[in-house]
Write a protein that binds this ligand. Structure first.
Ligand code: DX5
Ligand code: ZN
Length: 217
């Protein structure tokens, strides 16, 4: 089986000990660090913003994969780049001018991602797939960690994989929400390249071992 990129989400970390938790991720087999930014408008929850992200960046030695669950992302992508983002994903549902948003992210020197909600059909990405470095397929409704994985995700991943290969694109497929050791192998088999995991990693007894186990499913 292909080895996935593992991107633990710090949403489930202990914010009172964020340096400790980021250093744990540095020492682990994690490839990226997933940063969930929620504005309380696009999603019914507020997570954290730029100052916290800057603090994470001061300690992180791995690429920061920033998932913007916000309205009007075009007003903030530059600030997130300055705060240390290497990959920036905007939501399809929050962008009336997605193609423009992707070019804006790339012009900043970041990889450009598009996140899609569970109800959004992957077919909608067909006309701009060549411009997308990463599709973040939401396998829960965005806004909260610790939710149940939506089984329809496998079908979406298979369909998306086909769109990517038909276009000869190099787009990575990332899965976000409810990822665990049971669904991880099935997701990789369906075509997933990147697995985000929040509560499964941080609520486990030994997060370092849990990250390694996800990497070698
Ligand atoms: C949900 C976030 C996810 C979340 C994943 O809105 O985008 O990244 O932190 O957490 P778990 O793995 O607990 O579902
Ligand atoms: Zn996320």
């Amino acid at each position: 089986m292909r080895t996935p990129i593992i991107a633990p989400s710090v949403l489930a970390a202990d914010f009172a000990n964020i340096q400790r938790d980021v250093e744990m991720l540095n020492a682990s087999d994690a490839d990226w660090i997933h940063i969930d930014i929620m504005d309380g408008v696009f999603v019914p929850n507020i997570s954290f913003g730029l100052p916290v992200m800057k603090a994470i960046n001061e300690h992180a030695t791995k690429p920061l994969d920033v998932h913007l669950m916000i309205e009007k992302p075009e007003n903030y992508v530059e600030a997130f780049k300055k705060a240390g983002a290497e990959i920036i994903s905007v939501h399809y549902e929050a962008c009336s001018h997605l193609h423009r948003n992707l070019q804006q992210i790339k012009a900043l020197g970041c990889k450009a991602g598009v996140a899609i909600n569970p109800h959004t059909n992957v077919q909608l990405l067909e006309d701009c797939i060549g411009d997308i470095d990463l599709v973040c397929v939401m396998s829960v409704n965005p806004g909260f960690g610790g939710q149940k994985f939506i089984e329809n995700t496998y079908k979406k991943v298979r369909q998306l994989k086909e769109i990517i290969s038909d276009a000869n694109a190099t787009t990575l497929i990332e899965i976000d929400g409810g990822v665990n050791k049971e669904n991880a192998p099935k997701l990789i088999e369906a075509g997933a390249d990147v697995l985000v995991a929040g509560s499964f990693v941080f609520n486990s007894e030994n997060p370092i071992d849990t990250i390694s186990s996800l990497k070698s499913v």
